[in-house]
Design a protein around this ligand. Structure first.
Ligand code: 1HE
Length: 259
C-alpha cells in the first residue's frame, strides 16, 4: 500500500512506519492519522513487531494546528476519539511497537510515542506539551498514558509551563526507556525490535494486551487475570518447545547487562 504521509516497509518481520511530512515537522494531519490506522493494521498482519520513527530533523511536532483551527466542538470530539482508537491499537493491539525518537517529540507526537511499548530517544531529543500555550488540551490519550508514565503532576508541569525536557531527563522521569547517541535511534529501535520479534508471538500478545489491562484492575482481580494469562501462555505448543529447548541447553542464556 502506498501512503502520502508515511513510509511503510517490512524488514525481517519488523514493520517500519516512518512519519513523512518533514517540511511540516511531521505534524499529524487528518490524512496522516488515517494512513497511520491502515499502516498499524497492515503491520499487525505482516510483521511481528513495529517501529515508528520520523523522517527529517524531528520525530513529530504534534497535531497539525492549521487543520485544528477549523474544527467545531463536535468535530473535535470525533477527531480525538479517532486518535484514541488508533493509538489504542498501538498500545493494546496484537503486536508490540518501538518508537524511535529524535528532535522534537511534542504534543500529539509525545502522545503517539507514549502509546508504543518501548521508547528509544537520541540524546538531543526534546519533549514538550505546549497545549497550554496553544489554548487547547491533549486529545490523543496523553492525559491517561503520559500521566501514567511520568505522573500527572509532572505532566501538569509540562503543560502549564510549556517547558521542554531533555532526553536524559525524560529517561529519569520514565518517559523513555533508552537514550542513545545522535543518529542511532532507529538502529537501536530495530535492534530491540529484532529481539522482540524472536519472542513467542503469544507472549508478545500477552504483554501488549494483558499487561496494560491488568494495571487498570483492582489488586486481586489483576492477580487473577495474571494467573489466567500465565496458564494460557505456558500450555501453548510454542512454550512447551521453548521450555524444552532451555532444559536441553539449546536456548540462549541470559547475559550480564551492557551498561
Ligand atoms: C506545523 C506544526 C504543527 C510545525 N502544526 N504546522 N504542536 C506544537 O505546538 C509544536 C509546534 N511546532 C514547533 O514548535 C516547531 O515547529 C518545532 C520545534 C517542532 C520545529 O521548529 P523548526 O524551527 O524546525 O520549524 P518551524 O519553522 O517552526 O516549522 C516548519 C514548518 O512546519 C512551518 O510551516 P511553513 O509553511 O511556515 O514552512 C510550521 O508552521 C510547520 N509546523 N509544527 C502545523 N504542529 C490530539 S491533541 C494534540 C495536541 C497537540 O499536539 S498541541 C501541540 C502542537
Amino acid at each position: 500500500m502506498l501512503f502520502g504521509n508515511l513510509t511503510y516497509e517490512v524488514e525481517d518481520n519488523i514493520a517500519l512506519i516512518g512519519l513523512n511530512r518533514p517540511t511540516k515537522r511531521n505534524a499529524i494531519n487528518d490524512e496522516m492519522i488515517n494512513e497511520l490506522k491502515d499502516a498499524i493494521e497492515l503491520a499487525a498482519a505482516q510483521a511481528k513487531v513495529g517501529v515508528i520513527f520520523g523522517h527529517g530533523a524531528h520525530f513529530c511536532a504534534g497535531l497539525d494546528l492549521a487543520e485544528h483551527a477549523e474544527r467545531t466542538p463536535f468535530d473535535g470530539v470525533l477527531h480525538s476519539r479517532k486518535w484514541h482508537k488508533i493509538f489504542n491499537e498501538i498500545e493494546r493491539g496484537p503486536i508490540p511497537f518501538v518508537a524511535a525518537l529524535h528532535g522534537a517529540v511534542v504534543g500529539g507526537g509525545l502522545e503517539l510515542a507514549a502509546s508504543a511499548q518501548i521508547r528509544v530517544a537520541e540524546e538531543e531529543t526534546f519533549f514538550g506539551l505546549p497545549e497550554g500555550q496553544r489554548g487547547i488540551f491533549v486529545g490523543g490519550g496523553g492525559s491517561v498514558r503520559i500521566a501514567r508514565l511520568m505522573t500527572a503532576s509532572r505532566m501538569a508541569d509540562l503543560m502549564l509551563t510549556g517547558r521542554t525536557l531533555s532526553a536524559p531527563k525524560a529517561e529519569q522521569l520514565n518517559l523513555v526507556q533508552y537514550v542513545v547517541a545522535a543518529g542511532e535511534g532507529l538502529n537501536e529501535a530495530k535492534r530491540l525490535a529484532g529481539r522482540i520479534a524472536s519472542n513467542a508471538p503469544l507472549s508478545n500478545f500477552a504483554i501488549t494486551q494483558a499487561l496494560p489491562r491488568i494495571q487498570d484492575l483492582a489488586h486481586d482481580d489483576g492477580l487473577f487475570f495474571e494467573s489466567l494469562m500465565a496458564a494460557f501462555t505456558q500450555t501453548s505448543p510454542e512454550a512447551v518447545e521453548r521450555l524444552r529447548a532451555f532444559l536441553d541447553k539449546r536456548a540462549e542464556r541470559l547475559s550480564k547487562p551492557r551498561d
